[in-house]
Write a new protein. Sequence first.
Length: 130
Amino acid sequence: MVFKQIFRLAFIALIWKQYKGLIISSTLLIAYLLLVGSVHDDYLTHAKLQKDASATGISFIYKWLAYGLGIVIYFVFHFFSGLRASKEDLNEKAAQANKDAKHDDSDPFAAIREMDKLRSRADFIEQRKK
């Protein structure tokens, strides 16, 4: 039972970490679309109460333009964030390659390989006795 809860929390944390930007932006887009629809419905209700239907046609145009603008902003945001993420990945890979190249140059066993003779602790003890 405890492991099941730990697994669920770890899975949720992993999903959140991986898709945080997508989750937040999608939630904001849905809220924006609901807000635009609600404002348009309020305007139509107001126009019906005022018995003035002269601008209802243009209100639908504004509504759909607002919908389109929100969706375009959403996709542009994700397009540019994807480009930024891919540039960051390339920079990380280049940094990792540089780090690996430096490790090859500073080999910790190079001094041992260059020794003519390797001696153990027992060899040192024998040398002291002599």
